[in-house]
Structure formats: structure tokens, C-alpha cells
Design a binder for this molecule. Structure first.
Ligand code: NFS
Length: 671
């Protein structure tokens, strides 16, 4: 197997906590995803989308003189089919997560899951409206909350496999966008149906027109964004509360030397919410003390982290590439995982320490891990059992290496809270955001989302692009592991980031009291970003469709199939999306690259591009934002107009004589 030169820890990660633990891994001669990425050279054919293994006549590798597979499939057909399959998997992952929450709500509403209930009845009523569920009886009286919750859960489940019609949440998009979907016949009908049809079309001898395959790919991805993911977000808010700002901390330094440390990792909030409650149980805290610990510390990794951070302020241990490193601290008693983005490499590392790796989902087992299957109807009992097992491991702990690195953050920016923060209690709205963009105080908006990738220097691209956008007065909204990267960088407090933000953005953030990088949640919560963009489009002044807004979406360190589904539904919703870190999974086909960029732009107003280099990502994103500003007839972006008012200026002014002060304000006298 070909090897590439092993990177130093500083080359492998930009995060000082990760670097410290990578040094530790070297000393202990332990393998991690970073060293495996160095040892395994990625397949050059597969990475370009040129390997077809859809039937037993292959695998056909379309390189050199081989322009067709055995069946005659062309390079563009193969690349498009491979991309389509990846999107189908990504859409399935998000959507199955959303379906799981619908079942939890149903169980709770019917009284079979007593540890759950409706935490946000206002959101329940709102979502009932979207799903066509009556909230009042014939006499105009409010129906009991449990009845509405049951009907909302059943209506949500219908969205996955309904016989007729379309996904109901599509109506939450701007009217112009809905028209585009209908005109192109890519409005998704039911979530499962679009996934199945897309997979069907990629079977040998079926759909063999790259553009046609990619149309269905958009339809399937839209079923994820406006269907499965949006339901996942809505139902999580109903069950566990709609997020609002909380204070927390991020990075591996949140682990405690004197406490039982439990890491919750994966994606679904269903079990992790129970573990949060169990860790606060006085009896279990006493039990931890009886074993010599001061208490129980929870910390999260990946999107479970984002879910529990947004609603409960549970600290972030780290993002995707830090999962193995967390165990390497030697201070983790248990790592509890559910679904998605969980590395199998955790099992051998946990084996070398006292850490118990516990799988909990009937959908995801790992050889070598303890499996404690989660059941909603005895959720708290299971959560307590898990916490107790973690406590039992505490006396087995030996040497630890917790890096003393953590940063404060303020997460919790649901779209509801952003509305409220900008518009106030009586007239919550995005008007001030639109006005700030129209005036040019805010140049545009970037959604920086997505994963880490072991083949890209950990967090380096996230750090770079976010810093550049802030300097250029671009408001950044984030989810997923990208959000965790910014949290670790310290960009998610109003104070710290103001040192970096450009003058106009700084003014807006100071006035409203928000950080210039807003944490909007987990990856299913990218649906919150769709909602914000839709509201911006309908608020007025920024056109009438998502495609008109000076905004860009990006995942500079993406690696998962979910990221491809997100990128595709954002494009199909009208956004310009950049996937970074490599030439991308269809780079072997010029034709497919063209369909996804120019072709999709003509069709749906959004385009998808794969750009390896950070500087180029920033350059193209800013150019796009400026083009959209121009098309809307907005003032040219001019940072020199801002930042010269208010008390920011006073400390400087007061230190100079009066005459000079006047000159600083009004310029040199002209006569
Ligand atoms: Ni998103 Fe969240 Fe992270 Fe990537 Fe994985 S955790 S769902 S897929 S790696 S951002």
C-alpha cells in the first residue's frame, strides 16, 4: 500500500489541543485517523468519481483510454451516479434521524415514553400549522397538547412515505423558489420516495443521462433539507426546547481531572438529553463522590455536542477529528455514541485506556464496544445505568494528559432567537439584518458548515475562511463541526470576535450584542439557515428569492455524504455553495462539473463548486456576494464608511489635543 510522508502534529492540525494530543499519540506509538490518513494514499480513480462498481461486470475504472465501462456507461454517467448515490446516503442519514424524533414524539404523546414531553408548546403549535394539524376543536377551543403532539408526530411520519402530494414544508420557501421547483419537476414528493427513486435510477442499465440523474439528485436532497432535516430540527425543538443563547466552553480542556468525564458523541439528542439529566442526579453525583471524584462532567463531540450545547450549554470537547484524541487524554471514563460520524478506530484506542466505549443505537454497533440498547420507554433508567458504569471506571484511571485549552462561547442562535435579537419582543423580524446588508454595514452572509477531513489540516480552512470573512464584514452563521472549530478559536463571543470583525459588522454586532459568528446548531439544523434565508428573501429589499441574497454556503473541510446532500439542497434552494479541501468527487468529469456549476445556475440559480485552496474560496465567495449586491442595486461595499462612530473612537480621541480631535472627526480644515 502506498504511503505518504507522515505529517508533524503541527501540519496535521491547527488546534493546539489536538497538536498536544497528537504528540502524545506519537510518544505512545498509537495510531489515529491522522496517521492512518498518512499511511493510506487515497485512490486517485475513486476520488475523481471514475470507478463504477454498480454491477458484477466491473468494477470499471474509467482512466486512460477506457472511456466507457463494460455496459457502455460514460465517464459523466459514472461520475453522476456515484455522486447521486452519495447524496442518497446523506439524505437518508439526516432523514432517518428526523424520523426517529417523530417516533419519540409519538411515543411521548401516547404516554409510552414518560421521560419525554413537549418542552416547547409554542413551537408545537407553529409546526402543527406547517403540517396541517388542527390546533383547535370545533368550538374554537385549544386541543390538548398531547393530542396535537400525537397528530404532529403522525403528520411528520407521513412526510416520509405519503402516497400523494409533496413535502409540506416546501411552502415555507419563497413563492418564487417554489415555482422554480415545480417548473423543473424537482419538488420532492415524499422523503423516502426520492431516496428510493434516486437509488433505483443508479442501477445498472437505468438512468444514463448525467443531467437527468443530477436533477433527481437535487430532488432527493431537497427532500432532506426541507423534509427530513427540517422535521428533525422542528421536532427536536418541540421535545427539548428551542435554543436561545447560553454560555459554555469549547475544546478538550473542558475535561476535568477531578471529575468523572463522560463524552456524548454522535447525532441524536434523544439519549444525550437523558444523560444530561442523569448526570445532574444527586444520587449519581454522590455515587461519583464515593469513588473519589468531585462530580460528573459531560462534554460532547460532533453533532450530539451541538444539540446539547445549543439547549443545555453542555461544553464541547471537540469536532470530528478529535474523537480519538479525547480518549487519548486518559481522562474519559465513558464515550457514549449513537449514530453517524463515529470512527471504528475508537474501539482499539479505548482498549488501551480505561475508557468504556458504549454504543446505544439499534442502527450502529461497533465490534469491541459495549452495547446498551436505548429504548425510549425506559430512557432515564438506561441513561442512569450508563452514567453509573462511567463512574465505576473512575478508580481505574491512570495517567492523564488533558490539554489546558478551552475557549468561552455563546451558542444558541435558533432562527427564532435571531428574529427576536434583531427585532425585539414586539416586532421580531430580520428587518435590521436586511437593512444592514442594504446599507453595506454587512457585506453579505456566509454559512460555514460541515466536517473536518483527516486529509486536510484539521480546522485550518475553517479558521482561515472565517477570519477572512469577518475582516471583510461578512456575517458568518455556522453549524456542525465548522461551528465547533470557530467555538474553539474563540470567535463565538461578542467580545473576542469584535477584535477581528470589520468596522461595519462590528457596529452591528455591538448594537445587537451578538457575536459575528452565530452558532445555529447541528447539521440537521442547516434547515434553520434555509428558514433564515427564506425570511430574508420575503422580508423585502433583498430580492424575492434565496438566489437573490448576497450569501454563500461552504464546507471547506467536508468529508461525509451528508455534506454532499446539504450542499445539493442548498444549491437547489438557490445558493452558491463551495466544497473545499480537494478537487471534489466528480473531478474526473468535466461535463458533470459543468452541469453542477453553470448548468445548475441556469436551472435553479445556485451553483456547486469544488475549490481546494482557502484563498480562492474566500476570493470567489466575496466576488459572488459583491455580484449579488450589484444585481440588487445596493451600494458598493465600502468599509471606510463605517466604524467611525460611537464610543469605539473615544479612547483614541481623548488621548489627543482638542484641535487634533476635531480634525480626526471632520478632516483637516479646508481654508
Ligand atoms: Ni455534519 Fe454532524 Fe461533523 Fe460532518 Fe459529521 S458530525 S452531521 S457530517 S463530521 S459536520
Amino acid at each position: 500500500m502506498a504511503k505518504r510522508k507522515a505529517r508533524t502534529p503541527e501540519e496535521a492540525s491547527r488546534d493546539p489541543a489536538a497538536i498536544a494530543l497528537l504528540e502524545c499519540a506519537c510518544r505512545l506509538d498509537m495510531e489515529t485517523c491522522f496517521s492512518r490518513a498518512d499511511n493510506l494514499v487515497a485512490c486517485n480513480i475513486g476520488s475523481q468519481g471514475l470507478c463504477c462498481k454498480n454491477c458484477a461486470m466491473g468494477p470499471c475504472r474509467l482512466v486512460g483510454k477506457a472511456e466507457r465501462g463494460v455496459c457502455g456507461a460514460t465517464v459523466s454517467t459514472v461520475a453522476a451516479r456515484n455522486f447521486a448515490r452519495a447524496v442518497a446516503v446523506g439524505a437518508s442519514a439526516h432523514s432517518d434521524h428526523g424520523r426517529g424524533l417523530a417516533y419519540t414524539l409519538l411515543e411521548a404523546a401516547e404516554g409510552h415514553a414518560p421521560d419525554y414531553g413537549v418542552r416547547d408548546p409554542f413551537k408545537l403549535i407553529e409546526v402543527a400549522g406547517y403540517l396541517g394539524v388542527e390546533t383547535e376543536d370545533e368550538d374554537g377551543e385549544r386541543r390538548p397538547i398531547d393530542e396535537i403532539a400525537r397528530d404532529v408526530a403522525l403528520a411528520a411520519l407521513q412526510e416520509f412515505g405519503k402516497v400523494r402530494g409533496e413535502i409540506l414544508n416546501l411552502e415555507r420557501a419563497p413563492a418564487k423558489r417554489q415555482q422554480i421547483w415545480h417548473d423543473l419537476a424537482i419538488a420532492p414528493r415524499a422523503v423516502d420516495r426520492e431516496v428510493v427513486e434516486l437509488l433505483h435510477r443508479t442501477h445498472v442499465g437505468n438512468d444514463q443521462d448525467a443531467e437527468h440523474i443530477l436533477d433527481q439528485t437535487m430532488r432527493c436532497a431537497l427532500g432532506d433539507g426541507w423534509g427530513g432535516s427540517m422535521l428533525g430540527t422542528d421536532l427536536s425543538d418541540i421535545l427539548f426546547g428551542t435554543p436561545a443563547p447560553v454560555r459554555s466552553e469549547a475544546n478538550l480542556g473542558v475535561l476535568r481531572e477531578d471529575m468523572v468525564n463522560i463524552i456524548i458523541h454522535g447525532h441524536e439528542p434523544t439519549l444525550s438529553e437523558m444523560i444530561v439529566a442523569a448526570a445532574l442526579d444527586p444520587e449519581l453525583i454522590e455515587y461519583a463522590k464515593s469513588k473519589g471524584a468531585e462530580g460528573i462532567q459531560l462534554a460532547g463531540i460532533c453533532c450530539t455536542a451541538n444539540e446539547t450545547l445549543m439547549r443545555r450549554g453542555v461544553p464541547l470537547a471537540g469536532n470530528y477529528l478529535q474523537q480519538e484524541l479525547a480518549i487519548l487524554t486518559g481522562a474519559v471514563e465513558a464515550m457514549v455514541v449513537d449514530i453517524q460520524c463515529i470512527m471504528q478506530g475508537l474501539a482499539p484506542i479505548a482498549d488501551r485506556f480505561h475508557t468504556e466505549l458504549i454504543t446505544t443505537s439499534p442502527k450502529a454497533k461497533i465490534e469491541g464496544a459495549t452495547h446498551i440498547e436505548f429504548e425510549e420507554h425506559r430512557a432515564m433508567e438506561i441513561a442512569k445505568e450508563i452514567v453509573r458504569r462511567a463512574v465505576d471506571r473512575f478508580p481505574e484511571r491512570s495517567e492523564t494528559a488533558i490539554p489546558d485549552i478551552r475557549n468561552p462561547l455563546v451558542p444558541g442562535f435558533s432562527h427564532e432567537y435571531i428574529d427576536y435579537a434583531l427585532g425585539g419582543f414586539y416586532r421580531s423580524s430580520l428587518r435590521p439584518l436586511n437593512d444592514a446588508i442594504i446599507a453595506g454595514r454587512i457585506r453579505g452572509v456566509v454559512a460555514n458548515i460541515g466536517c473536518n477531513n483527516a486529509r486536510v489540516c484539521h480546522d485550518a480552512l475553517h479558521d482561515y475562511v472565517v477570519t477572512e470573512f469577518l475582516k471583510n464584514d461578512v456575517l458568518v452563521v455556522e453549524t456542525g463541526c465548522g461551528a465547533i472549530a470557530s467555538a474553539k478559536m474563540g470567535y463565538m463571543t461578542p467580545e473576542t470576535a469584535l477584535q477581528v470583525a470589520g468596522p461595519g459588522l462590528r457596529e452591528v454586532c455591538e448594537t445587537v450584542g451578538i457575536p459575528p459568528v452565530l452558532h445555529m446548531g447541528s447539521c440537521v439544523d442547516n434547515s434553520r439557515i434555509l428558514t433564515v434565508l427564506s425570511q430574508m428573501a420575503t422580508e423585502g429589499g433583498l430580492g424575492e428569492d434565496i438566489a437573490d441574497i448576497p450569501a454563500v454556503g461552504m464546507a471547506p473541510e467536508w468529508m461525509s455524504e451528508k455534506a454532499l446532500s446539504i450542499a445539493t439542497y442548498c444549491v437547489a434552494s438557490g445558493a452558491y455553495v463551495i466544497l473545499g479541501g480537494s478537487d471534489g468527487p466528480v473531478s474526473g468529469s468535466e461535463k458533470v462539473l459543468r452541469i453542477m456549476s453553470e448548468g445548475w445556475e441556469d436551472k435553479v440559480g445556485g451553483r456547486l463548486e469544488f475549490i481546494e485552496d482557502g484563498e480562492e474560496i474566500v476570493r470567489r465567495a466575496l466576488a459572488h456576494i459583491d455580484e449579488k449586491r450589484d444585481a440588487l442595486g445596493l451600494a458598493e461595499y465600502d468599509p471606510s464608511k463605517w466604524g467611525r462612530s460611537g464610543d469605539q473612537r473615544m479612547p483614541d480621541l481623548l488621548s489627543v489635543p482638542f484641535e487634533e480631535r476635531i480634525e480626526a472627526i471632520y478632516g483637516a480644515p479646508t481654508s
